[in-house]
Design a protein around this ligand. Structure first.
Ligand SMILES: *Cc1c(COP(=O)(O)O)cnc(C)c1O
Length: 408
């Protein structure tokens, strides 16, 4: 079709049909599904059909859609100041950083706009630390197979998934991977060039896999004995998802650097890289920066998200709901071994390994108005809002049960 023919279409639906070809073809959303708004754990289509959202934009809308406290925070900021640049002080970013420091291992925080950027900042911080203490030769980061750290060149190289790196040569950007959970392999892979170890506390895209406590303790010990830094990717599993503000708190082990994003912004693009003082102090003027990072709008929402995360009892409720959902799903696995294999996860980050193709179950659930995600290892991924109601949990379970009984 010619450009002018495309542009002459005025009917709303047709404009959408035609102009989707204007996007890069790098996503494949279901073509027949168009959402107009969301309230809490529910999304509503343009036709008024209501879907239960147990994906939360991949763990992003941590308090559901249009939460009044978040809406108010953003609305009141839009009337005051949108953007300033880090050339000037941004009090809301100082407050947000101060709160994060007060409630975590960290002493210093850098704000970015996405998970990948938080990861990039962390990688630079690890390398800057080693260079700063006289070990310029230590620049390599050791990571794990099936990991996912984002989509920039450094982040895909850190993930080591060959499919994601294809056609984006060169391939060696200073990252090595060893099998998940294999401490011996980690030990063997540490070289004089190794600067740190990068790991998702709970693997997300690769299949919902919480790190093993002893393994994480082993990594911490190896870092300490070899002068390496431990960097955690909590972009997906942080911000309350596992029932703790940050997932590593479940294991009583502290990192040196941590990347967070997704749920921390509650739906506003926001990332944060947290670090100890001994690492953060190396990120002096000129080492790193961002035009938008820590922008007043993002900081207004981030502070409001943290208000909700720190409300007494919220995190305990995440653990309780997660445990209940998990038990119910485990019963379903027992009842329908021809469809489901096992349940994994922590808190409200739950994976269900399927026997049937995960995409089939995901599509069947969508037909029944329940939105879930998929993950590696043939899993479906449940990431409901952290404040999901018991009634919606029950509704989701009923939908899953009905769907599975038909598939069995
Ligand atoms: C989503 C994700 C990222 C990348 O975050 P973006 O905001 O998409 O850049 C990195 N690490 C993990 C574990 C993630 O789940």
């Amino acid at each position: 079709m010619s450009k002018s023919a495309k542009k002459n279409i005025t009917d709303g639906q047709l404009v959408i049909e035609q102009s989707r070809d204007a996007l890069w073809p790098n996503y494949s959303p279901p073509q027949d599904l168009l959402f107009s708004h969301g309230v809490g754990s529910e999304l509503v289509t343009e036709n008024g059909e209501v879907y239960l959202d147990f994906l939360s934009g991949i763990a992003v809308t941590a308090f559901g859609h249009s939460h009044p406290h978040l809406v108010k925070a953003l609305q009141s900021q839009t009337e005051k100041l949108w953007h300033l640049s880090n050339i000037f002080r941004i009090p809301a970013s100082e407050r947000f950083a101060g709160q994060l420091v007060q409630h975590s291992f960290a002493d210093r925080v850098y704000f970015a706009n996405s998970g990948t950027e938080a990861i990039e900042a962390g990688i630079k911080a690890v390398r800057a630390y080693q260079a700063g203490i006289g070990h310029k030769e230590r620049f390599r980061l050791l990571g794990f197979t099936d990991s996912f750290h984002g989509r920039t060149i450094a982040a895909v190289a850190a993930s080591g998934n060959p499919g994601y790196m294809q056609n984006f040569a060169p391939t060696d950007h200073g990252f090595d991977q060893v099998p998940w959970g294999d401490l011996k392999a980690v030990k063997a892979a540490i070289s004089p060039q190794t600067a740190g170890i990068l790991i998702e506390t709970v693997q997300g895209e690769g299949g919902i896999r919480p790190v093993n406590r002893d393994f994480l303790a082993g990594l911490r010990a190896l870092c300490d004995s070899h002068g390496l830094l431990l960097m955690l990717d909590e972009v997906q599993c942080g911000a309350g998802r596992t029932g703790k503000l940050f997932a590593h708190e479940n294991f009583e082990i502290q990192p040196d650097v941590l990347a967070a994003a997704k749920g921390l912004g509650g739906g506003f693009p926001l990332g944060a890289c947290l670090a100890t003082e001994s690492v953060g102090k190396h990120m002096v003027v000129g080492t790193h920066g961002s035009t938008f990072g820590g922008n007043p709008l993002a900081m207004a929402v981030g502070n409001a998200v943290l208000d909700l995360l720190l409300e007494p009892g919220l995190l305990d409720e995440v653990s309780r709901k997660g445990a209940e959902l998990r038990t119910a799903l485990e019963n379903l696995v027992t009842a329908h071994p021809s469809v489901l294999e096992r349940v994994t996860g922590m808190g409200l980050m739950i994976g269900v390994k399927c026997v049937v193709p995960n995409v089939d179950l995901m599509a069947a659930l969508r037909t029944n108005r329940l939105l879930v995600g998929r993950a590696g290892d043939n899993m479906i991924r449940l990431l409901p809002p952290l404040n999901v109601s018991d009634a919606h949990l029950e509704q989701a379970l009923n939908t899953i049960t009905d769907t599975i009984e038909k598939l069995a």
